[in-house]
Ligand binder design. Structure first.
Ligand code: FAD
Ligand code: NAI
Length: 480
């Protein structure tokens, strides 16, 4: 039997499922091939983001923040709480229920948009005229041949592991295991002080683990503006996360079994040998694109030297009717980046001309306080030789922040020296993930810092700090 579609999407993560929905909205006959199985052995949509990424991690971040708040954050408000305790099973069940709700929500959206969900592994087998031929390999039953007028590859990414350090997701964990510890480890080592290391390191630290983060780079959060990275390091160390920067990881020894342990041998920045024992290890050293078993060569495609599928600015591969989006192609590995690419590709397939400005993609790290930015940082502007002015405003001087006991951090705006166009906005503070949206809108509309400064912001609100930072570009902040 051969199935025929206008568009076949491979992968139902945020890139793929959104591309499928947009293509269906545009009147195309769409199928999405997805092989993911959840821990209960059930097929599931949503990819990394919904199953073992963005959504479960944010659920645990919220639970652990609530616990810490109940334990340490209420006394200053004059509220005494006694006997605060954790029920880890309940916490994990809540997270799993959110994941189920969200992934089932996509099943509903597929039905609503008449998208065919093909359950199993998809791979290319060749071309027939203009059409692309694929094979669906279900877990059970016959393999099926699929003909597609267009294919969107959205196969995402998987955790990068250390060579010779097998991940069992019990003692040595990547993101999957780290989101499902059945008890709070006494001691937890994290390799990699990137986004996952900081977010999940924070979760388990708040719940009571003694957390040590080992980072290869000599500096902290290299992708952030340096002032934000410096502030973040200071705050996280104060919270009790312990960091070793500039390390070289050596042998990792695992004593398996119940009550097992992990020993990580490493050299510090001065070349001195150390070892650290812990109950669990999280390896969060980045992610690699996932093209396993796609047989790209059957349609004349190949990955680049880093494993990504090469695409142009419009997500076209070298084969005209095959596109690739999300984590499997260049650019930041972020759910919303994949989603925007998915929408744009679906629209291009029907001849529309959407535009995606990669410079306006926001980044967020959901620590406490949150870190968010969009556009260029100071180091990048200096490297480009672009003259700029800086406006910065601390949350310490914001009444709402004080009321909420969220006075840590600041907003920093970088604007072009001559035109005043906003070139970058960097925020460390409570609610930065929402505050950054104003900066994204401003940059999409090529606003100047004066435009932001002249917009009436609600009082009292954290967003007033954004306006004050814009005023500070002209050295005329009103409350500082
Ligand atoms: P994926 O979500 O990886 O989905 C790819 C899908 O393709 C998978 O379901 C896979 O089963 C399927 N697939 C692969 N090959 C085949 C095949 N041959 N046949 C059939 N199916 C196939 N990003 C954010 O923006 N915000 C966050 O807060 C955030 N938090 C994160 C937290 C963690 C712990 C992790 C690990 C990641 C987080 N990310 C976050 C990153 C985000 O999850 C990814 O950027 C996003 O999921 C990428 O989407 P995608 O559609 O490209 O791929
Ligand atoms: P990452 O790229 O954010 O950080 C990896 C860190 O590990 C880097 O600091 C790197 O220098 C370090 N490292 C690499 N090799 C090492 C080694 N051998 N020894 C010690 N340190 C080493 O990767 P991470 O945290 O694994 O996350 C993967 C991706 O998932 C992120 O880049 C991001 O795209 C996405 N993500 C996004 C989130 C968000 O948007 N809030 C949350 C979590 C993940």
């Amino acid at each position: 039997m051969s199935l025929e579609f206008d568009v076949v999407v491979i992968g139902a993560g945020p890139g793929g499922y959104i591309a499928a929905i947009r293509a269906a909205q545009l009147g195309l006959k769409v199928a999405c091939i997805e092989k993911w199985k959840n821990p209960a052995g059930k097929n599931a949509l949503g990819g990394t983001c919904l199953n073992v990424g963005c959504i479960p991690s944010k659920a645990l971040l919220a639970s652990s923040e609530s616990y810490e708040h109940a334990k340490h954050g209420l006394e200053g408000h004059g509220i005494t709480v006694k006997d605060v305790s954790i029920d880890i099973k309940k916490m994990l069940d809540r997270k799993d229920a959110i994941v189920s709700k969200m992934t089932q929500g996509i099943e509903f959206l597929f039905r609503k948009n008449k998208i065919t969900w093909l359950k199993g592994h998809g791979r290319f087998i060749g071309r027939e005229g203009e059409a692309v031929r694929l094979e669906l390999q279900p877990d059970e039953g016959e393999y099926e041949i699929i003909q597609a007028r267009n294919v969107i590859i959205a196969t995402g990414s998987k955790a990068r592991h250390l060579p010779n350090v097998p991940v069992d997701n019990v003692l040595v964990c990547d993101n999957e295991g780290a989101l499902a510890f059945d008890s709070v480890p006494k001691k937890l080592t994290v390799i990699g002080a990137g986004v996952i290391g900081l977010e999940l390191g924070s979760v388990w630290r708040r719940l009571g683990a003694e957390v040590t983060v080992l980072e290869m780079a000599p500096s902290f959060l290299g992708g952030c503006d340096a002032a934000v990275a410096k502030e973040a390091e200071k705050i996280f160390r104060k919270q009790g996360l312990s960091f070793e920067l500039g390390v070289k990881i050596g042998e990792v020894k695992v004593a398996a079994g119940k009550g097992g342990s992990v020993t990580v041998h490493y050299e510090d920045a001065n070349g001195k040998a150390h070892s650290i024992d812990s109950d669990r290890l999280i390896v969060s050293i980045g992610r690699v694109p996932n093209t396993e078993g796609l047989t790209l060569d059957a349609v004349g495609l190949a990955t680049d030297e880093r494993g990504f599928i090469p695409v142009d600015d419009e997500c076209r591969t070298s084969v005209p009717n095959i596109y690739a989006i999300g984590d499997v192609v260049r650019g930041p590995m972020l759910a919303h980046k994949g989603e925007e690419e998915g929408v744009a590709v679906a629209e291009r397939i029907v001849g529309q001309k959407p535009h995606l400005d990669y410079n306006c993609i926001p980044y967020v790290i959901y620590t406490s306080p949150e870190i968010a930015w969009v556009g260029k940082n100071e180091a990048q502007l200096k490297a480009e030789g672009r003259a700029y002015r800086v406006g910065q405003f601390p949350f310490m001087a914001n009444g709402r922040a004080l009321g909420m006991m969220a006075a840590d951090g600041f907003v920093k705006i970088l604007a072009d020296e001559k035109t005043d166009e906003v070139l970058g906005v960097h925020i460390i503070g409570a609610g930065a993930s929402d505050l950054i949206a104003e900066a994204v809108v401003a940059m999409e509309f090529k606003a100047s810092s004066e435009d932001i400064a002249r917009i009436c912001h609600p009082h009292p609100s954290m967003s007033e700090a954004v306006r004050e930072a814009a005023l500070a570009v002209e050295k005329r902040a009103l409350n500082m």
